[in-house]
Design a protein around this ligand. Sequence first.
Ligand code: ZN
Length: 479
Amino acid sequence: MRPALRRTGPARTGQAALRDAARYDLRRAAISPGPADVTGGAARGALVIRGGHVLTMDRELGDMPGADVHVDGARIVAVGPDLQVPGARLLDARGMIVAPGLVDTHWHMWNTLLRSMSATSAPGPGYFRVSIDLGREFGPGDIYQGTRLACAEAINSGITTVHDWCHNVRGQAHAEAGLRALAESGLRGRFSYGYSAGHANDQPMDVAGLTRLHRDWDSGGGLLALGMAWRGPGGSNPVMRVPPAVYRQEIEAARALGIPVTVHACGPPSSAGQIAALAQAGLLGPDLQVIHANCATPAEIAQLAEAGASVSVSPFTEILIGYGLPQTAEFLAAGIPTGLSVDTTVLSGNADMFAIMKVTQGIANGRAHDEFAMTARQALELATLAGARSLGMMDDIGSLTPGKRADLILVETGSPNLGVFTDPAHMLVTAAQPGNVDTVLVDGRILKQGGTLTSLDPAEISREACSSLAGVRSRAAQA
Ligand SMILES: [Zn+2]
């Protein structure tokens, strides 16, 4: 289910967009994504990305040194050497690695406004306390600013698909403000509509609001899909236990709408049993994404595999919050569709998917006491094709396969942290940084070129985010 693209004018940014976000009119369908907004409606024509080292991540096509990628409109038409396309615009990719856009599978984008604010020393409030206490003070405009900052960081970092796990829906306007930021950015993504920060355990989330959003969602041509961000039984924390009658009613509503559901199963190994409880209640299924699952026992991993559920691993936040090490290799060995995720920059600080790939590989090898347990290529696959599979989007994205959508990145290799050309997959996973991302295409539209964002203005975004955060902090201090 995707929202339609109905706006025709140029992008509205800054205060004007903020005002729009606050009085969002769904019927007007301004959640329409944005690339037409972003580019002022410019049509996408034929484009040839010339002479790059192309990592297709398509197992049949493999790698193609010195090859071209032909994009027409939103789609990849051909990949190969010396493609001749009369009249096509040329993009010089010599010396660059051309790869599929990176796929995030779980990110609380709204709280990017609270970047690096979890406690740095004990006793401190910690991640949950910070995000709940400040999250209560978020208005729709703050959701918009946090999400927009996250979008800018995503594009800058080469992330072309996001799964926005919005667990601060304090009203319809909050959800719409988050969607609007996503839509204006030109990113591809799923917006998972959730509950609110500090939501009472015994109160159901606003299922009626989700149903309205779903009803007004238009399936034609957009980049955004809708899902439900579900509390489930409430995780490992005893003060967050949600009664069965409440969480059942919520997931049944999502399933009646036919939209995917995502839930955290979190905590250290001592928190095992959460997935078994879902299995016992008959709630696991291929439409359910389970986040973290650090606590999963071998039996629970088998239950996830049996049910066809997917898993999202966010290594940096899992280790920083003390859940323990990810079980990525175990999920892959069980055949579970698995993707990587940012989770929250309140904890992780940034959304660097290159670093996420590297730490994923490192932890897998460290746990296995084996330098070759996970290869760089496998880590790169987790952030591209496998991530797309875990979101059910593999037919459209995740590899540079003719016919798929043109979501791709060009990574320059001349900067001092690269500087030579060795194994390109290994370079992307262990050496590259967001600053090396020269060009980003989503759905055939250029969102970053020559190292500069084309659809968003980082200076304006930072200015408005600072102002928004100051307001949130001041209201929290008075609460
Ligand atoms: Zn999370």
